[in-house]
Design a protein around this ligand. Structure first.
Ligand code: HMG
Ligand code: MG
Length: 299
């Protein structure tokens, strides 16, 4: 059956803004995050402590974390690829980090400049030190369905890399459809394979990009398989600079509309959230691609 409550892992400030052609001023980022918290989101992925040359859009990570007025009950995870990133994140006082691996060699090389095995070796000390410092550690796994260079990705390959990330000591694994090619049957099959390998839906999250318009249908398939943590980005912002053809994430507004209709608890004030996405769209100079944001604006 469907979960009674879903935890929304908002990724707009990170996955959304990492791909913007123009760099968003740090004070706009801080206000965006504050507005998302006002709208009731309790997990807001804020930024990445990656190499500033690789993602210049998020080079202000330290300054942003300094500026954030962190509220009780709200978590602000950040991406961390290596020990240098962890040092910076610890200095900024973060409580939750996310490492990010790839199910395919092609994307591991392009996104992390490493093979899959080398990237897992890079994450090992990051996870160990973070856990020792009392942090929560999420693991992302990219290219769980299809890869722009390798095509369809075998389910057993995804499960095998995913288990290795969890075995490092991560608290949660988020399954990424980086380029948005998944369909609901594939989602069901992958979640069943994880279950058969001893990884139940309580340790999994889903992360769908909406390139082919399947993100919401894929999310429903994941909910039906018992997953209760869903990643989305306000207004459908997003993409990945190192994966061609990746577009925005599932829009948080579209997710919230569906959850409300299903009677699933989510804690978000949809009107406030959509107003935030319209405010952000004005700053970015283009309308939100979210159908729900558009529909609410027309009301
Ligand atoms: P590299 O070039 O191999 O780095 O990049 P290195 O380890 O050889 O280090 C080179 C220099 O960079 C050193 O300085 C390091 O100190 C410095 P030097 O000694 O030469 O003066 N350096 C750093 N400086 C600041 N912060 C750091 C850092 N690390 C090294 N963290 C690296 C390897 C992993 C750093 C690079 O590939 C990188 O930053 N990649 C990040 C790419 C990225 O952020 N991609 C987007 C996020 S993933 C995503 O969007 C997918 C997701 O949404 C899920 C999905 O949709 O599937 C999560
Ligand atoms: Mg993503």
């Amino acid at each position: 059956g469907l979960p009674q409550r879903v935890r929304i892992h908002e990724v707009g400030p990170r996955d959304g803004l990492q791909n913007e052609p123009n760099i968003v001023p740090v004070e706009v980022k801080a206000e965006f995050i504050a507005r998302l918290a006002d709208a009731g989101l309790t997990t807001i992925e804020a930024t990445s402590f990656v190499h500033p040359k690789w993602v210049p859009q998020l080079a202000d990570a330290g300054e942003l974390m300094d500026r954030l007025e962190r509220r009780p009950g709200v978590r602000y995870p950040v991406l961390v690829p290596n020990e240098r990133g962890l040092d910076r994140a610890l200095q900024a006082g973060v409580e939750t980090i996310a490492i990010f691996g790839s199910a395919t060699e092609s994307f591991a090389r392009r996104n992390l400049n490493r093979t899959v095995a080398e990237s897992i070796a890079m994450f090992g000390p990051v996870v160990r030190r973070a856990r020792e410092a009392g942090l929560e550690v999420r693991a992302y796994l990219s290219m769980c369905f299809g890869d722009p260079w390798e095509g369809a990705v075998p389910v057993n390959q995804v499960v095998s890399v995913g288990r290795r990330l969890l075995d490092l000591g991560c608290t949660e694994l988020s399954l990424g459809d980086t380029i948005g090619v998944a369909t609901p049957g594939h989602v069901t099959e992958l979640l069943r394979a994880f279950g058969e390998a001893g990884v139940g839906p309580d340790r999994l999250a889903v992360h769908f990009h909406d390139t082919y318009g399947q993100a919401l249908a894929n999310t429903l398939a994941a909910l039906q398989a018992g997953v209760a943590t869903v990643d989305s980005s306000a207004g459908g912002l997003g993409g990945c600079p190192y994966a061609k053809s990746a577009t925005g994430n599932l829009a948080t507004e579209d997710l919230v509309w569906m959850l409300t209709g299903l009677g699933i608890d989510h804690g978000v004030d949809l009107a406030k959230l959509a107003a935030t996405s319209r405010w952000m769209a004005e700053r970015l100079g283009r309308p939100s691609p979210s159908r729900v944001v558009q529909a609410l604006a027309d009301e």
